[in-house]
Write a protein that binds this ligand. Structure first.
Ligand code: GAP
Length: 468
């Protein structure tokens, strides 16, 4: 019997720590607020999510390039992007218990810590994390720099570099994956909201006369498809059309894809990603030639003009941007929650099975010797591990009885267990056990690599319609 999907985030927190996916950070010093460290299996899972995303957008499509920009950019980037002035959370303090909260997260006017309703006035708090560059005096204001709060700006300031170097014509996109930082007021809920996290962002540049709203819908559909390929259940996703008064300063339309992170709550949804029409705000704000209504330069500090010359129409303009912005960590959490299942054995024992999509599984095949005191069996198992390793991530494990080893691999989502037994020495064949059905097949060692590769074939999204 299967219970599909995790009942709550805590179930995943416990599995993640027990099995080496995610550990609380700095635990030897009592932890650090909401920081988490990815263990041996977690780093593989994160890498597989990022690789799937990169393959899907940068390799499979022909209209997207990838970059990797600096985390620390010139401070002026954040001045002209509007982040210095507006990347604020609205803060309120509870006068009774002195707790500090984001005003927009208090829905019933009651303090989540003590239940009182006695608040200070709300005030803005800029959530960019600050640092100082160089060996400078503590109070030297010219040394101030920020750790990027979004990867997007590194893409905008490289628009012209990429477009000219790669001879791109509109429409085309630039993708980037990497760390971002926000001094969140109330981090929490495991890896859902942390101060250091990873984003997968893509800026899709189009003409000012393109059908922008339809393009937002197009990218929403593409991402629903991709999340499906990662094993995220469609019923656990919900589309939220962000109302006008909640839109970011650069956006004319944003649709958030929400995931059911809190199935046990009355309000189960939290943002997994957003798809925004950012207009021409970013490219024009970083450009030296943009003039305001009175004919004054909007950006007197910029040395470049990030406009685009359209050959067919002989017009120069600032392209508009459609931005799908997703979080690696939130994707990993959603993937783990939907992969989680429990199965009761004939003996009445409950087993956890992480039904990860094979493309995401940290380990694709575990090679298990049936008798670890038999050198021929151990030798054969280790040789099979070595032969598979160049093709797929394989491990050798002899640290328990076969039942225990199967159970451990099921719990971390390994799609195939390969058992080498006494008979293997004679017939040069092994048993391949399927994680989801527990069915076993006898396969010749010479056919093993091909057999596994066929069954692990990475998912490719179905042929995509042309963007509008
Ligand atoms: N460039 C647009 C942008 O950054 P966002 O909605 O603020 O938009 C995009 O962030 C995604 O980044 C979110 O949907 C979420 O998945 C992830 N994200 C944002 N803040 C986060 C945090 N504090 N912890 C974990 N993930 C976060």
């Amino acid at each position: 019997m299967y219970f599909v999907a995790a009942p709550n985030i805590d179930t995943i927190v416990s599995l993640a720590k027990r099995r080496g996916f995610v550990f609380p950070s700095s635990e030897v010093y009592g932890g650090l607020g909401s920081a988490w460290d990815y263990g041996p299996l977690g780093v593989e899972l994160c890498n597989n999510v990022k690789q799937s995303w990169w393959r899907w957008l940068v390799y499979e499509r022909d209209d997207i390039e990838g970059i990797d920009s600096s985390i620390i950019l010139n401070r002026l980037v954040w001045k002209y992007s509007g982040h210095e002035a507006t990347f604020n959370d609205s803060l309120i303090d509870c006068r009774k218990c002195k707790g500090r909260f984001r005003a927009d997260k208090i829905t019933d006017n009651k303090c989540p810590s003590c239940g009182a309703s006695d608040w200070t006035e709300a005030r803005p708090f800029n959530t960019m994390l600050q640092t100082k560059l160089g060996a400078v005096a503590d109070d030297d204001p010219t040394a101030l720099a920020y750790l990027r709060p979004e990867t997007a700006q590194g893409i905008f300031i490289n628009f012209l570099n990429v477009q000219t170097a790669m001879r791109r014509k509109l429409p085309f996109g630039i993708a980037q994956v990497g760390k971002s930082f926000r001094n969140e007021v109330t981090p929490g809920n495991f890896i859902l909201r942390t101060r250091e996290f990873e984003q997968m962002e893509m800026e899709y540049f189009v003409s000012p006369s393109a059908e922008h709203s339809k393009l937002v819908d197009y990218w929403v559909e593409q991402y629903l498809e991709w999340f499906g390929s990662l094993g995220i259940i469609r019923d656990n996703l919900y589309l939220y059309e962000v109302p006008g008064d909640e839109l970011a300063h650069y956006s004319k339309r944003t649709v958030d894809i929400m995931y059911r992170y809190f199935p046990e709550r009355e309000k189960p949804w939290e943002e997994l990603m957003g798809i925004a029409w950012r207009t021409d705000f970013d490219l024009s704000t970083h450009s030296k030639n943009r003039l305001d209504a009175e004919g004054k330069r909007v950006n007197p500090d910029s040395t470049e003009d990030l406009s685009y010359f359209d050959e067919p129409t002989k017009q120069r303009f600032y392209p508009h941007v459609i931005e799908p912005a997703a979080g690696v960590n939130r994707t990993v959490l959603a993937v783990m929650m939907d992969a989680y299942s429990e199965r009761t054995t004939d003996k009445g024992e409950t087993r956890v099975i992480l039904k990860l999509s094979p493309q995401l599984a940290p380990i694709k095949a575990a090679i298990l010797p049936l008798a670890k005191n038999k050198p021929e069996i151990v030798g054969m198992a280790k040789a099979i591990k070595r032969s598979l390793q160049p093709l797929l991530r394989a491990v050798y494990d002899d640290t328990g009885g076969i039942g225990k080893l199967y159970a451990r691999q099921d719990e971390i989502g390994t799609p195939f267990c390969i058992t080498v037994d006494h008979q293997s020495l004679e017939d040069e064949a092994v048993t391949v056990r399927d994680r989801d059905t527990w069915e076993q097949e006898r396969i010749k060692v010479t056919d093993l690599a091909e057999h596994l590769q066929k069954r692990l074939k990475p998912y490719t999204t179905p042929s995509l319609p042309e963007p509008i």
